[in-house]
Design a binder for this molecule. Structure first.
Ligand SMILES: CC(=O)N[C@H]1[C@@H](OP(=O)(O)OP(=O)(O)OC[C@H]2O[C@@H](n3ccc(=O)[nH]c3=O)[C@H](O)[C@@H]2O)O[C@H](CO)[C@@H](O)[C@@H]1O
Ligand SMILES: C=C(OP(=O)(O)O)C(=O)O
Length: 428
């Protein structure tokens, strides 16, 4: 186990290239289960969520090759092996194995998913969808048992706009009999990416990216080649980091339209931003104005960027309010930022940030993926050395973060945890 150390205060400059999208990757990889011949996905990020899904596909009998960010999955020998425990608990997106295995084998046993702890994260809408398609779904000792004689298309209205439920129902429905209509569907770009892969595999899907998705089931899906979209959350993190600690950073391999809400807020703060086709330049601000943000479903401000953005707001002169309408408890980074001298209080679903303050290096712990990103940004802005433990959360979603930051001139390095720190981590 290791920790990250950052010597803060060095201005960052240069170009950083964004990797493939984690939240697409974790759905595209399970989607390959539905094909009858090899599927190749190009541009995958090198993150632990991808490695774990690769292992899970191998556990169920898939042949998987992964090198140079390209994964080829031969699903022809897969079986519906029960996966009630083990690696499925290490990531949120293992829930996509439910939809994909149900779609192909009409049965699956998958342990309840892990992922970041951000308040309650039920999967009732996924289950509502599977049941509407004709599956029986039971929860036995923390594992979900799904079984269907056949899957038949249905009209499914999501009570909550859910990325996971939208994709999971698509996965189960593409090989069902007849038409499925998902109403009040989520509209995130990752949903379009998954629909594009499934369409290239032979599925019939219309409306992905709108709130009504129509799927006409087909008997078989075949192999294909697909290039993943860039990670808008990783890109957003580097945009925020560039604003917070940069003197001119070019973000390469980005779709600026995916980040309009963030770019608008950065401009409102006074950050110079120049967006081109697939690159965005973030310049150095003279000073930062305070802003309020409210997280919303796409195309609103993404909850996954709320925590990194909070670190930047410690530099703004005045009071800013960050409200998370998606998750009830996504504020575990706040106590850690306070250790670094931030002036923030949490009231219900809002964090109230008073600034500007000069952050000070401290020993802090990443409780989840984006809390980790918030602490990295804070460490880059801080005076002195910041030590971050819990970095395994960061590696779930940020490909080569140390190398990318070094490329921008940051002083950041990995160190093994001391025996005492290992004991503390194991007790937590
Ligand atoms: C692997 C992945 O893609 N993770 C992303 C995905 O998570 P995930 O797919 O888990 O998030 P959802 O969009 O499903 O959740 C949104 C909200 O709906 C609630 N809900 C969801 C499903 C359900 O059956 N019942 C229910 O009540 C959740 O508790 C949450 O409050 O979208 C989130 C919202 O953009 C992001 O933060 C995550 O990074
Ligand atoms: C919450 C996140 O991930 P997950 O849903 O995989 O836990 C995230 O990417 O910020």
């Amino acid at each position: 186990m290791e920790k990250l150390k950052i010597a803060g205060g060095y201005p960052l400059k240069g170009t950083v290239r964004i990797s493939g999208a984690k939240n697409s990757a974790v759905a595209l990889i399970p989607a390959t289960i539905l094909a009858d011949s090899p599927v190749t996905i190009e541009g995958l990020p090198e993150i632990s969520d991808v490695e774990i899904l690769k292992d899970l596909l191998e556990e169920i009998g898939g042949t998987v090759q992964f090198s140079n960010n390209e994964m080829t999955v031969d699903p022809s020998s897969m079986i519906s092996m029960p996966l009630p425990n083990g690696k499925v608990k290490k990531l949120r997106a293992s829930y996509y194995l439910m939809g994909a295995m149900l779609g192909r084998f009409k049965k699956a046993v998958i342990g309840l998913p892990g992922g970041c702890h951000l308040g309650p994260r039920p999967i009732d809408q996924h289950i509502k969808g599977f049941e509407a398609l004709g599956a029986s779904v039971t929860n036995e000792q923390g594992a979900i048992y799904l079984r269907a004689n056949e899957l038949v298309g249905a009209r499914i209205y999501l009570d909550v706009v859910s990325v996971g439920a939208t994709i999971n129902i698509m996965l189960a429905a593409v090989r069902a009999k007849g038409r499925t209509i998902i109403e009040n569907a989520a509209k995130e770009p990752e949903i379009i990416d998954v629909a594009t892969l499934l369409t290239n595999m032979g599925a019939k899907i219309k409306g992905a990216g709108t709130d009504v998705i129509r799927i006409d089931g087909v008997d078989e899906l075949h192999g294909c080649r697909h290039t993943i979209i860039p990670d808008r959350i990783e890109a957003g993190t580097y945009l925020i980091l560039g604003a917070a600690a940069g003197e001119g950073i070019l973000i390469d391999n980005i779709i600026p339209q995916h980040l309009e809400s963030l770019i608008a807020k950065l401009r409102e703060m006074g950050v110079p931003i120049d967006a081109k086709d697939d690159q965005v330049f973030v310049g150095k601000a003279e000073s930062f104005k305070p802003v309020d943000i409210k997280t919303l479903v796409y195309p609103g401000f993404p909850t996954d960027l709320q925590q990194p953005f909070t670190s930047l707001l410690t530099r703004a002169k005045g009071t800013s309010v960050v409200t998370d309408t998606i998750y009830s408890a996504r504020f575990k980074h706040i106590d850690e930022l306070r250790r670094m001298n931030a002036n923030i209080k949490v009231e219900g679903r809002s964090a109230i940030i008073s600034g500007p303050v000069q952050l000070q290096g401290a020993k802090v712990k990443a409780s989840d993926l984006r809390a980790g990103a918030a602490l990295v940004i804070a460490g880059l802005m801080a005076e002195g050395i910041t030590e971050i433990t819990g970095v395994e959360h960061i590696y779930r979603g940020y490909s080569h973060i140390v190398e990318k930051l070094e490329g921008l001139g940051a002083t950041i390095w990995k160190e093994d945890l001391s025996k005492e720190e290992m004991e503390q981590m194991n007790q937590a």
